[in-house]
Design a protein around this ligand. Structure first.
Ligand code: WT7
Length: 654
């Protein structure tokens, strides 16, 4: 880690925006001045870019921290703001979605068409008895219906919980139970890597007896036909989208809801085994998603073709595929599949086909393209691209330079955007056209956002020093809580710096001599694999759930492509050791984790060891296992109960 930091801090390349880009940019340095002069007035002004049925009179209520209320006496309809108002403004024929299926089928959906579809879906949902405050789970591939489903739920004041299609039936079940979902919207399947990934069967599985008994809250399943694979059918429970939606009325008036009406729950991994249902509300969330999308991505809605490659199952998809872009009336690409199907140039072919002007993706994707070589993107015309964005994990300077050079034609600005599921929208990012960028640094907090890097006691570390990242004042799109668990909300984010009232993000960061922020990764037991958040504890509990495993410890080890990779150290019960080969056991356990949580959680390596390094109080010292996994010299072992254990483990791993 320290050599990595030194390497980063020797990075001295700087890229000023071109005069042309700066002249046409949406953002200006003035935004910082405005926000600095009166932060609340600044956010009130951004909120007024939305259409409110009842204007708010109070901007922020922070009288009951850490529970913030933004624009609380105002009322709006989120879906109306993303759809109807553009149609009413005469923009109905503008394309909202340039959708591309993995097998190459495609569809352009205009704002009028999407509005019409959402109204029909809203009517179907109401017909099924779904109403204000009810939870609706969405388990869909990246198809236009997924966006229509989210907006229809928002339109009727219900709460969506999108579950990434790569999650297993078990993960789905625990999320359905936790949220008490009344309806699931899914598809027969989706295309991934040239194959059909079955979604409806996983829903059936999750709703049936999974050892936990039949699922209680779900009443209906609305099913989109996408792949035509055979699915089983429960006539009392299941409804085909293509039967119900076209038959529903296309008239639906969007009712206003209070700004603090819950909009969605999105589950993310924390430091314990149980995923947290992060709760976001309406007015503040939409304000910050729309504002940051516009200024950080320099959106010119009449001419830009925006492409955020994230799945809607993650927060990036919520804020920068659905809410931000649609609130701003943007035309965007929506792609169903994987980057390398059917060929490794698939993404660049899509950029060329649709003339993408702004591309927003993750460092892990950039690094895998780097590995394949520039000859692949060079076969396509990428000259339409004028701005690049990065999100999900620190971007190393080499990947940053490659991105700019090969994808950005050596001229595009790159924004490195730091934020979290919990923050709802971007918090730290350069402003294109304003900021002189530095490869590898996320740099500065956005206007209206107050960030600091502090020591363990909450004191500002000063330029040139490292510490913990905190957010010092509430922000509009902040999480409003963890679904059903206010205590965990307080403990996780607010207890550490209770005296100061700071939000603790869980990230290490360093301030350089200019005061710019460099992110250094998580400081807790949360891993970041390909920009996806995974909990060490959650994977450990999955492993010990297998009958062959006596004990397990999981670490995130640095990986050239995925940023971090899951590495598991397991102690196998003797009877299983006697009966199976270590390779066989390792393979079985990798697959097991994939089934329990989802393929993204599958360990890269499973090492079978005789013991785990523990302190005298029995705490596993993952730091030492990380040294082994990363092939480093093993650090300080003096607090171990048995100081010899690490040499035994190292020998076993070799
Ligand atoms: C964690 C949040 C933000 C949407 C995608 C991930 C890491 C995110 C960056 C960045 C360094 C980053 C942090 C953060 N992270 N963006 N630009 N530079 N680290 O959302 O799953 O909630 O994960 O991702 O560690 O805490 P998430």
């Amino acid at each position: 880690m320290s050599s990595q930091i030194d390497h980063l801090l020797n990075e001295s390349r700087r890229f000023a925006p071109s005069a042309k880009f700066a002249a046409d940019a949406v953002a200006s340095a003035d935004l910082y001045a405005q926000a600095g002069a009166d932060r609340e007035a600044f956010w009130a002004e951004q909120a007024r870019a939305l259409e409110w049925s009842t204007p708010f009179t109070q901007t922020l209520d922070w009288s009951n921290p850490p529970f913030a209320q933004w624009f609380a006496d105002g009322e709006l309809n989120v879906a109306y703001n993303c759809l109807d108002r553009h149609v009413e403004a005469g923009l109905g024929d503008r394309v909202a979605l340039l959708w591309e299926g993995e097998p190459g089928d495609s569809r352009a959906v205009t704002y009028s068409e999407l509005t019409d579809e959402v109204k029909r879906v809203a009517n179907v949902l109401e017909g099924l008895g779904v109403g204000h405050g009810d939870r609706v789970a969405i388990y869909l591939p990246m198809i236009p219906e997924a966006i229509a489903a989210m907006l229809a739920v928002a339109r009727i004041g219900a709460i969506h919980s999108v579950i990434f299609g790569g999650f297993s039936a078990d993960s789905l079940r625990s999320r359905l139970d936790d949220a008490g979902a009344k309806l699931v919207i899914t598809a027969d399947g989706g295309y991934r890597k040239g194959r059909v990934s079955p979604l409806k069967p996983a829903v059936d599985h999750a709703l049936g007896d999974r050892g936990a008994g039949p699922q209680e809250s779900v009443e209906h399943v609305l099913v989109v036909r996408r792949t035509g694979n055979e699915v089983s059918w429960d006539a009392d429970r299941d409804i085909w989208w293509h039967d119900a939606v076209p038959a529903a009325s296309g008239e639906h008036v969007a009712q206003p809801f209070p700004a603090e009406n819950p909009l969605f729950i999105l589950y993310t991994s924390g430091t314990t085994g149980k995923p947290k249902g992060i709760l976001h509300t309406s007015g503040g969330y939409l304000t910050q998603a729309a504002f940051t999308h516009k200024v950080a991505h320099d959106i010119h809605p009449a001419s830009d073709v925006f492409w955020c490659t994230a799945d809607i199952g993650w927060i990036t998809g919520h804020s920068y595929v659905v809410y931000g872009p649609l609130a701003n009336g943007t035309t965007q690409v929506l792609y169903e599949g994987t980057p390398d199907t059917p060929h490794p140039g698939r993404w660049w072919e899509i950029v060329q086909k649709y003339g993408v002007t702004i591309l927003y993706t993750a460092p892990t994707a950039i690094r895998s393209f780097m590995k394949l070589g520039r000859q692949i993107p060079e076969q396509f015309d990428l000259s339409s691209i004028r701005l690049l964005g990065s999100v999900g994990e620190p971007i190393n300077p080499e990947a940053w330079m490659w991105y700019r050079h090969v994808i950005g034609g050596d001229s595009t600005p790159i924004i490195d955007t730091w934020w979290q599921t919990e923050t709802g929208a971007m918090m730290v990012s350069a402003l294109p056209g304003v900021t002189e960028t530095k490869p590898g640094s996320a740099q500065v907090s956005l206007p209206g956002i107050t960030i600091d890097v502090v020591d363990d006691d909450g004191n500002h570390v000063g330029n040139g020093n490292g510490g913990l990242l905190v957010i010092t004042e509430p922000w509009p799109s902040m999480l409003r809580g963890i679904w059903g668990d206010p205590d965990r909300f307080k403990e996780t984010y607010w207890e550490k710096f209770e005296t100061q009232g700071f939000y603790f993000a869980g990230d290490g960061a360093r301030l350089d001599e200019d005061g710019d922020i460099w992110f250094l990764g998580r400081v807790d037991d949360v891993m970041n694999v390909s920009g996806h958040r995974l909990s060490t504890t959650e994977i450990e509990s999955a492993l010990v759930g297998n009958e062959a495993v006596a004990e397990a410890a999981v670490v995130g080890a640095s990986d050239e492509t995925t940023g971090q990779a899951v590495v598991a150290f397991v102690i196998i019960k003797q009877s299983y050791l006697d009966a199976h080969s270590p390779e066989g056991l390792a393979g079985t356990l990798r697959q097991w984790v994939g089934e329990q949580i989802g393929p993204i959680a599958r360990p890269r390596d499973v090492y079978i060891v005789g013991e785990l390094p523990k302190t005298r109080s029995g705490k596993i010292m993952r730091r030492l296992l990380r040294d082994v996994a990363e092939g480093r010299e093993i650090g300080d072992t003096t607090t171990l109960a048995d100081t010899m254990v690490m040499s035994v483990i190292s020998a076993q791993v070799k």
